[in-house]
Design a protein. Structure first.
Length: 261
């Protein structure tokens, strides 16, 4: 009797790599999503510096207002960038269902996309950094400080991706995924985007204390002063805390979708 032909599992790491490579190959065909994600933070970086540096140029960290704003540009550039929209298309055209019929690792379905997201958001930090250097921002912490700055920004971007992936897996709706950036608005503006925490008063100052972006920005800005382990650790803790929440939601949504099949 002939035995049925069954696909052999390739392994978790191979599955993750294959999905990541496929996602990266699709990026050149979807530049209409990438270019606005880069143009908006560059525009606001220039406008904020031009409009506010004379009136808000003071910072308790004794850094130039251009350096004070550069982390904001990085955070805006990397937040909300993900392959969630592509995942929705895979759901709608049945590609994800076909994948689920194979022995592919279920965790790799998301992790592969996140690997490609990390490459993308790290690449998006480069133009922002170039603009920063052009306008005169310098790092006393040297090349290593630049690398830490870019990596912290990229890891924040990956930490946030859990939210759009959760929406994509729960709804399968492209409009809902495209509007997921709205979730970042409270993080973005109820924090030290324009002024240091010491200058914020009233309820806004109180909210900023509990906003993880406050500590992320403080950690990034500390690299313009020197190596301040305390600020960096707080920034990394903010990234880790957001990642735990968002990734838990995303993998729970993936588990629920897999159970439906």
């Amino acid at each position: 009797m002939n035995q049925p032909i069954v696909a052999r599992p390739a392994g978790f790491f191979r599955d993750t790599r294959s999905i990541a490579i496929r996602a990266l190959r699709q990026l050149p065909r979807e530049l209409e999503f990438v270019i606005p994600a880069l143009a908006v933070p560059l525009f606001f970086l220039i406008v904020n510096i031009g409009a506010l540096q004379d009136v808000a140029g003071f910072t308790p960290m004794k850094i130039d207002y251009k350096a004070f704003q550069l982390p904001v540009g990085i955070v805006f550039a990397v937040t909300g960038i993900s392959r969630a929209s592509a995942l929705v298309l895979d759901i709608q055209d049945g590609y994800l269902d076909r994948l689920l019929l194979t022995p592919v690792s279920r965790r790799a379905l998301l992790l592969g996309l996140m690997v490609s997201d990390f490459v993308l958001v790290l690449a998006l930090t480069i133009p922002v950094m170039i603009l920063g250097f052009v306008i005169g921002v310098r790092f006393p912490t040297g090349p290593l400080g630049v690398l830490v700055f870019m990596l912290m920004g990229a890891f924040w971007g990956i930490a946030f991706t859990g939210f759009p992936y959760t929406i994509a897996l729960r709804t399968g709706n492209p409009s809902a995924v495209n509007s997921s950036f709205i979730l970042f608005f409270p993080f973005a503006f109820m924090t030290t985007t324009f002024l240091p925490l010491e200058a914020m008063t009233g309820w806004l100052g109180g909210v900023a204390v509990y906003n993880p972006v406050t500590y992320l920005l403080a950690g990034l800005r500390s690299l313009f002063v020197g190596w301040q382990a305390g600020e960096l650790l707080k920034g990394m803790a903010a990234i880790a805390g957001l990642a735990v929440v968002s990734q838990t939601l995303a993998f729970s949504a993936l588990k629920s979708r897999v159970k439906q099949k």
